[in-house]
Design a protein around this ligand. Sequence first.
Ligand code: AMP
Length: 553
Amino acid sequence: MFGLMQDQPLLIASIIRYAARHHGATEVVSRLPDTSIHRTTYAEIERRARRLARALQRLGVKDGDRVATLAWNSFRHLELYYAVSGMGAICHTVNPRLSTEDIAYILNHAQDCLLFADSSFVALLDAVAPQLTGGLRGIVMLCTAAEMPQLAVAPGISLLCYETLMAGADEDFAWPVFDERTASSLCYTSGTTGRPKGVLFSHRSTVLHAYAVNSAAVFGLRPGDRMLPVVPMFHVNAWGTPYTAPAAGAALIMPGRHLDGASLTTLMNAERVTVSAGVPTVWLGLLQHLRTSGERLATVRRLIIGGSTCPPALIEAFEKEYGIAVEHAWGMTETSPLGTFNTPRDIPGEDEAAALRRKSKQGHTIFGLDIRITDDMGAELPWDGKASGNLQIRGLWVCSAYYGDPPGSASDAEGWFTTGDVASVSPDGNMEITDRSKDVIKSGGEWISSILLENIAVSHPDVAEAAVVAADHPRWAERPVLIVVPKPERAIDPASVLARFVGQVPKYWMPDAVITLSELPHTATGKVSKLTLRQRFRRYLLDSQAGAPRQDA
Ligand code: AMP
């Protein structure tokens, strides 16, 4: 017997319809390229998204067509999110920080019919255009007619202006109802190994992810919150914030391309931001700015951090110096992206060091998902906080196959998706990433966690950023080398940095060399590029014969 409750498909348009009807006056604030501020509301965004859907229909966009965006976080990008998915087409967000070869590959692979781009990407479009192999009918610049840039487009591709298209379209579009499993958006993974792969989200997975992320155990957004997603809308849908904020009736503050510490501080204070989300590099930049300028964040209560491991020193600094909670999340493009979340809690009798250690882990699995860790033979490992293994995940918003691949090909017969991360899980379910499987250092057959070493290094008062990579070693196969970036106007004394490790890790974990760089290379999604560092320092110990092996200790 079926239950007798109403049955409605979970569709993305329902989110913006809800926000427009029930939180219509709630603001969407955008910082434009010239740093001026644009203000609108959810009611207006929904109206303009309907107008945009009509304009897209006029341009021939049909169900299932891919419509690409190359854009920063702004109200126009938000309108595209809802218009494209809401009408039954697929919103394909492209990461402008990727190489031109990767961008051309992605646009060709997805066979996008239209590309909506910010004017700041004109040079990038010029570079990519000759590599496009067809399918693209038009490039629409996200600006007014007066702001249209000069851009040479290939024959057969039209160059259009967003606001001109909008002015010529009607608002009479009605959001269609269709199967909730319909594809809604497409995002290619950063492609650190091999070619980028497309993750194709559905309306159902996106709405379920939004419900889950809005629960009190995760982001828990609510009316009155003012969320500033620093994480770009081209990186896994800005971690779902363009859906979660309107679904919660929370305001969205869009920073555009101004993501440095000073710009963020000004915007956060002027727009009374209560919560923000971004990668560790962004929060390190913000912290450095606050410390050097003496400014404070008047209204921010919490910073959500993910994408890379969160150094405990960062949690401590924001909590103690600024009274701001840092909440650690883990996920990946293939998991929409939220997989685990470290929800704040009080544990009676827990001392400060243990609390910091707990908060630095990646957190508990969100309801709707399940995780496990396995050894290299596929046997499940215990949750004892010690055993480290391959992290697998399955659930309601986990990828089952990459775009263009056969159904189910990304997971095993039981639905487990292998993340490529190495993790341990404490008996109470708190998961800790100890490495990326390809970043783990294997010294004399023993695994050394680069993340743990990096966390210790950044707790040194002179170190701003740190990365540990494997370097070839004649006896131990691999040994860790530590690469550090000093804080402004500080010099690094390698002996004092190495002294930090004493007593905190087994002796054979001690890095064999400390190398100082003025900055670390980053990937297109803001993570430290271990691949670049590994390639650069792979032979460091062989060439310099630096350091002595410490494994025998
Ligand atoms: P992406 O698909 O670009 O979002 O990258 C996903 C990968 O980022 C994961 O598989 C992890 O290796 C890494 N990652 C994401 N969040 C965290 C975190 N909180 N701590 C450590 N690594 C993370």
